[in-house]
Design a protein around this ligand. Structure first.
Ligand code: 9WN
Length: 446
């Protein structure tokens, strides 16, 4: 790809710089989100990374997903972290000795040879696998890539839909804020307030060795994260009273629009994969359509023009406006009026896209909890921007998608591929050289 090495064009150099970030974070079998802050393999990071990596090395993109899937549990769950055994235990908290997957997770079928966490992350994987295949179908067929990953991805979706329908209404619940991926989003404040935090002295936050405290979650948040994860572990990572639906054991159970929308997008991708492998895929497309209807029925608020989280324990919608409520724009089967309202909300005063901001903030600009630097309580992230860019394009909003794409490329470059940025100024927050920022930059350059 000559453009990469063309120093005359700024796009070429951005491409090269993004490739360098991914090279630097590659460990030989997968890519770390960032060398210092996140020195292991993360689930949804790897999916986004594979989506970008496919333009540079389709082979490595396949390996990225295969390495993650090798750590899948027998019950179908894909763990949110796969630990690198050569990294010291104190480099990241919670470490493998906290999760104890191979002992505490034995009943759920945790792998014996590799240490993992016991919670999950958003199911972007089937979408990623399909896109990786499309980048080089010849190589993919020669290696039997889709044939190998399909049964694993199908088991993953089965786990979520059968073991995690804690609300009994057909959607998947997360049992920990880390599962949804937007760790300290204000939507979690109400359901988390019921959780007794673990004492601060009972754990050591390795994240503060690498990130500024004011960019990260608080100690009180961490106390609650630790309590929830400890209880889940001590319950053997069991999800519910048995097969089928029910509220399960977790004190924290939330139906989240972004998590469920990503599952639906991945279910459509799984249908395409099934078709490529010789089946019709019709049943999966139909299931994705049914899930889309359920998502609208359970989480859509027509007055606000936004999806909200549902607190399964309390039963009500959590009325905090977060970017998670915009992510369903990604779905092609969304009713036309829902898509149109989402675009209005994206551009309106709460997210300000195209007026106050160039990248959508993670949380309501006018919300009481808004903080432009604190992680998922305001900063703009690149994965959500990538998803919204796709959503705008899917629904025919071409010029707005083009503007968002331009903003992502420019701000990814000026921020040194930051983990997240101040949504007003584009100033880098968290860590730099962040893998999914580089990977999704590469995808948008193609
Ligand atoms: C906990 C790796 C992950 C992302 C999440 C992001 C952050 C971890 C942490 O980093 O979470 O999983 O230690 O804060 O919130 O979305 O996958 O990049």
């Amino acid at each position: 790809y000559p453009a990469v090495y063309d120093p005359a064009t700024p796009a070429g150099s951005l491409h090269l710089r993004a490739v360098e970030v991914l090279e630097g974070n590659w460990t030989g079998a997968s890519t770390v989100p960032s060398r210092g802050l996140y020195p292991h393999q993360w689930s949804w990071d790897s999916a986004f990374i594979a989506i970008g990596l496919r333009h540079v090395s389709p082979r490595r993109a396949q390996t990225e997903l295969e390495t993650l899937l090798d750590a899948q549990w027998d019950d179908g769950r894909i763990p949110h972290i796969v630990f690198n055994p050569s990294v010291p235990l104190d480099a990241y908290f919670p470490s493998p000795d906290f999760w104890r997957s191979s002992t505490a997770g034995r009943a759920a079928g945790a792998p014996r040879t590799v240490q993992t966490s016991g919670i999950v992350q958003p199911p972007v994987h089937a979408l990623a696998a399909w896109l990786v295949h499309c980048a080089d179908p010849g190589l993919s067929r020669a290696r039997g890539f889709l044939a190998r990953v399909y049964p694993r991805l199908a088991a993953w979706h089965r786990y979520l839909l059968h073991r995690r329908d804690l609300g009994g209404g057909g959607l998947v619940s997360v049992v920990h804020p880390w599962e949804q991926g937007m760790d300290n989003a204000p939507s979690w404040d109400a359901p988390l307030s019921r959780i007794t935090p673990a004492p601060a002295r009972s754990f050591r936050r390795a994240d503060l060795d690498h990130g500024a405290a004011e960019d990260r979650p608080t100690d009180l948040d961490y106390g609650r994260y630790v309590r929830l994860a400890t209880d889940y572990r001590d319950g053997g990572y069991r999800d519910g009273p048995g097969e089928g639906h029910g509220v399960g054991h977790s004190e924290f159970a939330v139906e989240d629009p972004s998590f469920n929308a990503l599952l639906i997008a991945s279910e459509h991708a799984l249908a395409r994969i099934a078709h490529e492998l010789g089946a019709t895929g019709t049943a999966r497309h139909a299931r994705a359509a049914r899930l889309t209807a359920t998502l609208v029925e359970r989480l859509w608020d027509p007055v606000e023009g936004l999806f909200f989280c549902r607190d399964v324990r309390g039963g009500e919608l959590i009325r905090e406006r977060g970017v998670s409520g915009l992510v369903p724009l990604l779905l092609p089967g969304l009713p036309r009026e829902v898509a149109a309202a989402l675009v209005r909300t994206l551009r309106g005063p709460h997210f300000g896209l195209g007026t106050a901001t160039r990248l959508a903030p993670s949380y309501d600009l006018l919300g009481e909890a808004f903080d432009p630097h604190r992680y998922w309580r305001g900063p703009a992230w690149f994965n959500t921007s990538w998803l919204l860019e796709r959503g705008l394009r899917v629904h025919g909003e071409r010029s707005r998608a083009d503007a968002l794409r331009e903003a992502v490329l420019e701000i990814a470059g000026t921020s040194e591929f930051a983990e997240y940025v101040d949504p007003y100024t584009g100033e880098a927050c968290g860590t730099t050289g962040f893998s999914w920022t580089a990977a999704l930059t590469l995808d948008l350059l193609h």
